[in-house]
Design a binder for this molecule. Structure first.
Ligand SMILES: [Zn+2]
Ligand SMILES: [Zn+2]
Length: 442
């Protein structure tokens, strides 16, 4: 069937707006909007109907009436008027497929612009929500009229909204990782935003002991606040996470933050060297165009020499994934060890020799058993260097696979870590001070 005849058949059955008629022929012609396609078809049909009328074919007026009513065509109406034919006064129909919603897009777009005005973003994506009945109706329509070059109603809504919003805001559509997803429901005339998180990566150094990496909830009240924790809900007044996140959360005007780090040091260990890589994820940020150098300085001022950050840069979800993978990356530690009995230079050389290149079998330490499964892990030590400090004290520098519990490597943890320093020297050893010197990421 010729496309004009097909369009005429559709209109004689159902009222269709320009967009919805044009959409059934969307794959015909290039760089033409469906609205223009629909309009062109209706105009061509109006001319054809006029020709029928001139040839005294009664089909002409019949078709003009269909175009005037079901096609909403002012040209067909004017033509009928000119021919002094009655224009049918049917109660004003609405488009069978979109219920006239394509004609209300301007209002919807204004709603979108108002909703996103509070947010900073560079990219967006429009998602369209439709009542199930609407898509089903279109599917049935397409089957009934054997539509083979159409576009879907969802696709047209999304495409038009995306294009117009892009033009009005100057922002770009991004399919994979948009800053903001704009979910539009043209039928409910509702707009909602899905604001994707902002990721900032950096490294932190922890210059003092007794600050945990992450916020540690009070064990008695689990965060509600009680007598034991002085109403704070926390075991420790501050954490690396809080010190680093607070200025970021405030600057980004987000809802909350999550702190992702490549492993963690013990609460009483310092984190020195280049620092430990981390990523802060800010949920629902209003601001994204942050001046990171200034924020870095703000964190460092706020943390008052307790925690120091560097290398702030914008990141994404992949960086978080890589951080987690990098947990087993090489780490370098320094631990001050105290022995029960005096140690000789020979002892210390033996320690270097036995531990360098050793595989350590480590059962989950007793001190973390309450929160970790009881497993035996094997961790490799690349290098150990030992320096005597006094008769019973030595400093050990250990470069090992991430995840090795260094305190237990020293003490032996009641035989749960083997080999260990105490056992190798048959001299009970105790870790006094632990520092992480380096986190080596590939
Ligand atoms: Zn329509
Ligand atoms: Zn408490």
């Amino acid at each position: 069937m010729d496309i004009l005849e097909k369009a005429m058949t559709m209109l004689s059955k159902h009222p269709l707006c320009d967009n919805c008629l044009g959409r059934q022929f969307a794959l015909l012609g290039y760089n033409i909007e469906n609205e223009d396609r629909g309009k062109a078809l209706k105009l061509a049909l109006t001319l054809q109907a006029s020709a029928f009328h001139s040839a005294k074919n009664a089909e002409g007026v019949k078709r003009l009436k269909v175009l005037a009513v079901n096609g909403f065509s002012s040209e067909a109406q004017d033509t009928l008027h000119h021919l002094k034919k009655r224009i049918p006064k049917k109660e004003s129909p609405t488009c069978f497929l979109c219920d006239g919603k394509f004609q209300l897009l301007d209002g919807l777009i204004e709603n979108v612009l108002n909703t996103i005005a509070d947010y900073e973003y560079t990219s967006f994506l429009v998602g369209v929500e439709l009542p199930v009945a609407v898509e089903e109706r279109e599917d049935e329509f397409k089957a009934a009229f054997n539509v083979s070059y159409g576009e879907s109603i969802r696709h047209e809504f999304g495409r038009l909204l995306g294009k117009r919003i892009g033009e009005l805001t100057g922002k770009t559509t991004e399919y994979m990782k948009p800053d903001i997803a704009i979910i539009v429901n043209p039928f409910a005339e509702k707009v909602r935003l899905q604001v994707n998180p902002l990721f900032v990566a950096g490294r932190y150094r922890k210059l003092v002991r007794d600050i945990p990496q992450s916020k540690w909830f009070c064990s008695s009240c689990r965060g509600k606040g009680c007598e034991k924790c002085g109403g704070t809900g926390k075991m420790y007044p501050e954490s690396v996470e809080e010190l680093v996140s607070k200025p970021l959360l405030e600057a980004a005007e987000g809802e909350k933050t999550s702190f992702h780090a490549s492993g963690r040091e013990d609460i009483d260990a310092r984190m020195l060297g280049n620092g430990r890589p981390f990523v802060i994820e800010v949920s629902k940020p209003k601001k994204r165009f942050l001046y990171l150098k200034k924020l870095e300085a703000a964190v460092n001022t706020n943390a008052e020499g307790k925690v120091e950050v560097s290398g702030f840069r914008f990141a994404n979800k992949d960086n978080v994934r890589r951080l987690k993978k990098g947990e087993s990356a090489q780490k370098e530690y320094r631990v001050l060890v105290e022995f029960e009995n005096a140690v000789s230079d020979e002892d210390l050389r033996l320690l270097e020799e036995k531990l360098t290149g050793a595989s350590i079998k480590q059962q989950t330490p007793l001190r973390v058993l309450h929160r970790r499964a009881d497993l035996t892990r094997e961790k490799y030590i690349y290098e150990v260097k030992v320096k005597k400090v006094s008769l019973k004290r030595a400093k050990m520098k250990i470069r090992c696979q991430g995840g090795l519990y260094v305190k237990e490597l020293v003490s032996g943890d009641k035989g749960r870590t083997t080999p260990n320093v105490s056992e190798l020297l048959e001299n009970r050893a105790k870790p006094l001070k632990l520092d992480v010197l380096n986190v080596i990421m590939e």
